[in-house]
Design a protein around this ligand. Sequence first.
Ligand code: G4P
Length: 530
Amino acid sequence: MNAVEPSGDPRRESSRRRTFAIISHPDAGKTTLTEKLLLYGGVLSAGAGAVKARQGQRNVTSDWMELERRRGISITSTVLQFTYRDRVLNLLDTPGHRDFCEDTYRVLAAVDAVVMVLDGSKGIEAQTRKLFEVCREREIPITTFINKWDRPARDPLELLDEIEDQLTLDPVPITWPVGDGDRFVGVINRNTGDFVRFVRTARGSSMAPEQIIAKYAAGDGDPTWVEAFESVELLDAAAPDFDQKRFEAGELSPVFYGSALTNFGVKLLLDAVIDLVPPPRPYFDVNNDLRSITSPFSAMVFKVQSNMNPAHRDYVAFLRVCSGRFERGMAVINGRTGKPFSTKYAHSLLGRDRNTVEEAWPGDVIGLVNAGDLRPGDAVYVDTPVEWPAIPSFAPNHFRMAFCADTSKAKQFRSGVRQLDSEGTVQVLYQPDYGQSRPILAAVGPMQFDVALYRLRHEFGAPAELSSTPWTTARRTETVSAETLKNLPGVALVERGDGELLALFESPYWLERVIVDKPELMLERLIGEG
Ligand code: G4P
């Protein structure tokens, strides 16, 4: 990694940072692209370890859970930092599986931009749309990478129409593919008019050499190239121009075509991340005031994770620095408890590898080991207090009652459940009559239950079992409405781990009836419902 000498000035340091995440439907190529970005960032050497276990290779970034290996999916998020040109890139990985969208939501609260990866033969898929909605809500700038162009792909113009129609996002192609599948030879860079010819390497194990050829000389009358050139002429006449302000507002997306597997177009994408993605923005606090980048140090906890390293049974809180300079060892305040704590064990993480972080700047992510009191959404600061708006929870639609299968482990069970709740592995709901011995685990997708049971048994020594429940839908309510709701059939009132009161309904039909019959009751929708 070519280290950049820090200047000591938060404004200058943050302007060097680009903090982003990659979102995609599973299998579109997020992991492969991440791996290739690391290759260009000099973190992975050519042909060396892969982000995902491939052909017997070890998994570098997320192999701490045996369950992940068994399932072959990436459940947990990691944070990767690397330098490219003179910029520091913070790439926050998002879980690949749809059941973990709550985790993704938290990660998206900590980034300044996303790269949306689409499969060139499929276009927009269900999970892309769901994640896009979150980006839209948060007005996150989106750069689009249309991947797998080394395979037969759909008409590139048709894919642009799909982005425009389905996402109401204006796509502006910055590159344009010449051929697809075996005939994919390169892209036209619409900014310069050059043709960038790619040279294949074995399975993309090293950076794809690029030959830049002035456009008129490149075609040689080849019909594939002529067709591409005609499309570019059409786009020049009809497509909107790239507009930085609209990009930063999340209304317009620059589009790149390529193939992560063969590295085609990866460098052009990375250059765009450096040139187009805005540097870290100041965060709004709970009163809607901006905390300036140059304010004293503050950070937002966006994720906590215990036992990342099974050998040490630790607890890591991931913080995005929002303002000022972080220095390892400094005493900071946990805004929720008001208690000071030391930050002696601050790390950056590349998968399991940990490096001690001596200092960090706005846009950076630090992992604080054994900062057990921190919860997602918490503010951490020095000098001037700050509180961040809550990171909303997703609407669960799977509910199971949990109980400890071995009564001698009741204590471990209770503390394990509390831990899973604070990490957001599942939401935990308590019914007044059952207390902590029969919590209801609530999830967006059923795989969260598998992870919860696995972790209760293996990390907390508390074998647990789940029983089914009749509930299918949850709404947020408050104490006055609760008085009426608790007397209605088919409704249960529960308290979520964070103190919110929820009403659970046995069917959406019944919920609709209650809404119509008793419009005075507070029954607020939760994010991602329906
Ligand atoms: P994900 O993280 O979004 O789920 O996708 P991932 O990168 O794991 O890629 C899913 C599959 O698509 C992998 O194949 C991967 O090699 C392939 N892939 C990714 N990018 C490209 C590309 O640009 N071109 C082509 N042709 N394939 C691509 P797999 O068969 O599941 O795994 P593997 O055996 O190839 O490792």
